[in-house]
Design a protein around this ligand. Structure first.
Ligand code: TIU
Length: 228
């Protein structure tokens, strides 16, 4: 009989190093969509400089390549709404004074609507066939989605989380995941915000108080642990 030793890696993280059983770990890439990353999309309609998010692409690309090579479960999420807006609360559509509202026609199609060019994931991080893509109407990836069931089916206990934006969809998803019992390791340089200070504080909020919501590590530390 052959002993099957689970592949475990230790990620040098804050507030403490964390040992992860890779067979029970998934990579979750939050909302790396043209609507947030490129001019003419939802992010820009809200008044943001979308170039501030570009730094997250290369680190995510490296971790994604390593995850694919190792056979790790990869989950991509996309924030967006049905064309008839039936899953978009009026309170969200009416919010603020954007240059275009959710559902309005823009240069990449209707803003934040499923199936439109702007809603799709950027080419650099495009999902492979067979990877999980979760369409979510909210900021958190668990609310009104099949994510919880998918992770249960795969026996997942730990999440490597990255994407945009740090304090909005990444933080909301990590908080949802933490309450559901997942250990979340947030990849610091694989996240970005339209507000650099919110990025910093968003990461600090996760790892403070002994890791109240999870752990924070750089992509280099995650890659090192994955390759050990
Ligand atoms: N506006 C902003 O910072 N973020 C979002 O609206 N959604 C995500 O973070 N994906």
């Amino acid at each position: 009989m052959t002993d099957v030793t689970p592949a475990v890696g230790v990620v040098i993280a804050e507030p403490d190093p964390i040992a992860l059983d890779w067979g029970k770990t998934a990579l979750v890439i939050i909302d790396m969509q043209r609507d947030f990353m490129e001019p003419g999309g939802f992010g820009e309609t809200l008044g943001n400089d979308v170039s501030l998010l570009a730094s997250a692409v290369a680190p995510i690309g490296k971790v994604l390549a390593a995850a694919r090579k190792s056979g790790m479960l990869v989950v991509h999420t996309r924030e967006g709404h049905l064309p008839d807006l039936s899953d978009a609360p009026p309170a969200k559509i009416e919010r603020g004074a954007p240059s275009l509202r959710i559902g309005d026609p823009g240069p990449m199609g209707r803003i934040l609507i499923r199936g439109e060019a702007g809603h799709d994931i950027i080419p650099e991080l495009y999902p492979f066939a067979g990877e999980v893509v979760i369409d979510k109407p909210g900021k958190g990836a668990f609310y009104a989605t099949e994510l919880g069931n998918v992770l249960k089916q795969h026996g997942i206990e730990n999440l490597l989380v990255c994407g945009v934006t740090t304090e909005v969809c990444v933080n909301t998803t990590v908080r949802e995941a933490n309450d559901r019992g997942y250990r979340c390791v947030v990849i610091a340089d694989g996240c970005a915000s339209y507000f650099p200070e919110f990025h910093e504080m968003g990461l600090k909020m996760i790892k403070a108080q002994g890791g109240i919501f999870g752990w924070v590590a750089d992509s280099v530390a995650v890659l090192k642990a994955m390759s050990a």
